[in-house]
Ligand binder design. Structure first.
Ligand code: XMP
Length: 319
């Protein structure tokens, strides 16, 4: 698409102008925004860019490995990957308040990121995949008073602390435009079309306290749900779909024995920017199939529910 081709050339020119021969650090999350930002910046300034990926232990199945193999091996972009899951899960032990979870994760993320970024000597710039809706949602909330609904964590606070200047080449773009830019840059469709995933990761999809066991159960259920959504050809018409592990256990019957296991909720919404959303009207047959597979295949879950709440009054995530 010619508009995106033109945008790309302009963005590359602007990055070169801003950065000169300085070194740039870019935080990678595995999501579309930071990936597109990283590849764009790499195209502009090559090995003046180093990416940093902090694995907080709250990613979905296989995600950490995918990020490393894609950037280090496929794109040859210098990448520092740090597995900090013990630190994060240790600090989150016993924490059940959503805002405390977010703040804990945000604080640790900044600490670990800074430790790794400090290894990149004479870095002067920090790149972020901030989008236009991030810019406005952090200021106000549509149709409501100007209050913080959820304290979004990305790498806010870092630039000042590390004395780095921000590079935000996607600041004027909406999600669909970032995807178009990603395609223009030749990123694989599987990455470009990926659903948004929140910075605090699975921590906010396990209401109540988080344990490794709960995270493992959630990962299995989520993988089945997404697999069925892909098989049904629905992945691309849905804005975001995921499973929430509920902090409640219910009685069921598996085989011919009594079971007492967690309940989970499936969430799927359509949206254009994440600011408002409608639940996705799945066929009953689809829901039955997913429910049967999860309850049969995931040890630890024996009940599946479907969340039919719109945003507002709900939010997309449960926390
Ligand atoms: P909510 O749940 O507020 O989510 O309707 C709107 C969109 O934002 C994502 N989200 C986050 N993204 N850090 C992020 O980077 C966060 O702390 C965070 N919380 C929610 C959510 O997944 C949805 O796409």
């Amino acid at each position: 698409d010619w508009t995106m081709a033109a945008f790309k050339d302009q963005a590359i020119a602007r990055i070169r102008e801003q950065v000169g021969d300085g070194r740039v650090i870019c935080g990678l999350s595995g999501g579309v925004d930071s990936s597109v930002a990283a590849v764009l910046i790499h195209e502009a300034i090559g090995d003046q860019l180093t990416c940093v990926f902090v694995d907080h232990g709250l990613l979905r199945a296989g995600e950490g490995d995918e990020v490393v193999s894609m950037f280090r091996d496929a794109y040859n972009i210098p990448l520092i990957a740090r597995d900090a899951s013990d630190l994060f899960l240790g600090e989150l032990d016993g924490v059940d308040d959503p805002e405390v979870k977010r703040k804990t994760i945000g604080r640790l993320f900044i600490d670990v990121f800074q430790e790794e970024a400090d290894k990149i000597k004479d870095a002067r710039f920090l790149a972020q995949g901030t989008l236009y809706p991030d810019v406005i949602e952090s200021v106000s909330f549509t149709g409501g008073p100007s209050v913080t609904i959820k304290s979004h964590h990305n790498v806010g606070g870092l630039p000042e602390r590390m004395n780095l200047q921000l590079v935000e080449p996607l600041r004027e773009l909406f999600k669909d435009e970032v995807r178009a830019l990603g395609r223009e840059l030749g990123l694989p469709e599987r990455l470009v079309g990926r659903h948004p995933f929140p910075g605090p990761g699975l921590a906010i999809r396990v209401p109540g306290t988080i344990t490794r066991e709960k995270l493992d159960i959630l990962r299995k259920a989520d993988a089945i749900y997404i697999d069925e959504i892909r098989k049904a050809g629905l992945y691309d018409v849905i804005w975001q779909a995921f499973t929430v592990l509920l902090p409640v256990r219910t009685v069921g019957v598996k085989g011919d024995a009594r079971s007492y296991e967690y309940a989970c909720a499936l969430r799927a919404v359509t949206s254009t920017d994440g600011m408002t959303a409608e639940y996705y009207p799945f066929e009953h047959e689809f829901l039955r199939r997913v429910s049967t597979r999860i309850a049969n295949e995931v040890r630890g879950i024996n009940r599946v529910t479907y969340d039919i709440t719109s945003k507002p009054p709900g939010t997309i995530e449960w926390e």
